[in-house]
Design a protein around this ligand. Structure first.
Ligand code: SF4
Length: 512
């Protein structure tokens, strides 16, 4: 078959100067080696696209979970969607474990490989067979196949999969850790690919209507995973302007993609969905950044959305007047007092910081693993005008340095940041589980953070008591309570380091 011949050509383990030896390639090969291999294997176009969509810097790459978890979760949450991973067994084990830990309750398909099937191109044929077996229109609208690091680096050509089998759409994506910086952006890789596919279907003819029928009012499509109540709240905010909340991307069902395009404007609530935004822009839909958080954020967002959707100034003012006093009331009824550092990898860090500042907190630092895009400009300028330092693509070291430097009353952050802060007896809250899992928008969001944050800040005395209680029980190798306290032996480590260095030197001289 032509497809398979091409696949064999592209993945054969050639070892000339331009093509790395794929048989020896593993996910421990290092980012540069994997990138080189992927480019040589025909993936340079997709890697260049990722480099443009998800720019790195000022740091190389934030430390976060395997990026593929983001796209995997998007697929697993969709109705009538089958998900297949192609990657090293250890990666697939970790990703499957994490999906089930977060309650996927869905099967994750896996096409295993070994060195032989990888380098001979048989892996692609195995994937193709698996997709044909899965593509049952009774059960599925879509099959999503994801290349993880090694198959991407080896050039497994998912782009050669049939676009559709028995009416089931086939989407093949590459989500390598060396090309997609965060799991947040991987959600955009899949959402963007599905939007692109859906846009082509729309161009070809009539498409399925939304499950609940076509909206009666012009809608605003929302981009970014939110607390479930947030889109409902946004819908109420939009009503006085004669608008309604439309689908939320990432969607939960394929037909929502069609409805997402059928909108008056798009709200990029999370600012890093570059590929998805590109599809909406290609369809001529206006995009508005930021979100209706707090008093100022809601006022600005309603004005920007109203303008983008062609709503009259009177109606925009009516929408603002209908809600802003309630938001101000909610903010002043539940003030937050204290210094708070914020860091996370969800993409909503700046929005949370706005809400904290409007609630009365002092926020000296916001670190986000996500990149700087124009869609967070409004939040960035608002926060910077209030003295907040914003660090895009923040590394764990930056976030911890901020905690050490600012000595906050509360550190909101990722697991290792929270762990470090607790070690320093600083109250802390995990961003993903405790902050993202709350409403942020409109009046509901205005008071929602205060209870959990004030309770956490109020725990400072308990942290101090614990520090005092455990004081003197040691650190590192001698942490704990001992009869004979273990003695650290740095000289052993130094000896092994020297032995390793000597062996590396000997191997180097043998090789040359
Ligand atoms: S797919 Fe890549 S980034 Fe993900 S766990 Fe495997 S090696 Fe790491």
């Amino acid at each position: 078959m032509t497809d398979n011949r091409k696949a064999n050509d592209m993945t054969a383990g050639k070892t000339d100067a331009s093509t790395p030896d794929l048989a020896g390639l593993s996910c421990h090969a290092g980012k540069d080696e994997l990138q080189k291999a992927a480019s040589a294997a025909g993936k340079s176009e997709i890697l260049d696209r990722y480099a443009a969509d998800y720019p790195l810097g000022p740091h190389d790459q934030p430390q976060s979970m395997c990026p593929a978890f983001g796209s995997l979760r998007v697929g697993l949450r969709m109705r009538r969607t089958a998900t297949v991973l192609s990657g090293s067994a250890c990666c697939v084990y970790g990703l499957t474990f994490t999906s089930h830990f977060y309650g996927a309750r869905r099967t994750v398909g896996y096409v295993p490989f070994n060195s032989e099937t990888l380098v001979t191109g048989k892996l692609f044929e195995d994937i193709r067979d698996a997709v044909f077996q899965l593509a049952d229109p009774e059960k599925y609208d879509t099959v999503v196949v994801t290349n993880l690091c090694v198959p991407t680096a080896s050039g497994v050509p998912l782009q050669l999969l049939p676009k559709e089998i028995n009416g089931v759409r086939i989407i093949g994506i590459d989500v390598p850790g060396f090309g997609v910086p965060t799991h947040a952006e991987a959600k955009d890789v899949l959402s963007g690919a599905m939007l692109k596919y859906a846009a082509q279907e729309i161009r070809q003819g009539p498409v399925a209507a939304p499950r609940a029928g076509k909206a009666k009012l012009p809608t605003v499509t929302l981009i970014g995973e939110m607390f479930p109540a947030d889109p409902v709240v946004i819908g109420r905010l939009l009503e006085p302007m004669g608008l309604a909340a439309g689908p939320v991307v990432p969607v939960r069902e394929w037909r929502e993609l069609f409805a997402a395009f059928d909108c008056a404007a798009v709200g990029a609530i999370h600012p890093f969905y570059t590929a998805s935004i590109r599809e909406f822009e290609s369809a001529g839909r206006p995009i508005v950044g930021s979100a209706p958080v707090g008093h100022d954020g809601t006022a600005e967002w309603l004005a920007a959305i109203g303008k983008a959707a062609g709503v009259s100034a009177d109606k925009i003012a009516a929408a603002q007047n209908a809600i802003l006093p309630a938001i101000r009331g909610a903010l002043s009824a539940k003030p937050i007092k204290g210094r708070i550092t914020v860091s996370g990898y969800e993409g909503s860090e700046l929005l949370v910081a706005r809400l904290l500042v409007e609630s009365g907190a002092e926020v000296p630092y916001v670190g986000t693993a996500c990149p700087k895009t124009q869609w967070s400009d409004a939040d960035r300028t608002w926060l910077e005008a209030r003295g907040v330092a914003i660090n895009y693509r923040a590394s764990l070291e930056d976030d911890i340095a901020a905690v050490l430097h600012f000595k906050p009353d509360l550190a909101i952050g990722t697991t290792p940041v929270v762990q470090k802060a607790k070690e320093l007896a600083i109250p802390s809250l995990y961003f993903t589980n405790l902050i993202s899992a709350r409403p942020l928008m409109g009046p509901a969001g205005a008071g929602s953070l205060a209870d959990v944050i004030n309770a956490a800040i109020g725990n400072k005395a308990r942290f101090d008591r614990m520090s005092e209680f455990f004081d003197g029980v040691g650190r590192g190798p001698n942490a704990g309570v001992w009869e004979d306290v273990p003695r650290d032996r740095p000289e052993f480590r130094a000896k092994y380091q020297a032995m390793l260095a000597a062996r590396a030197k000997a191997e180097e001289s043998t090789a040359t």
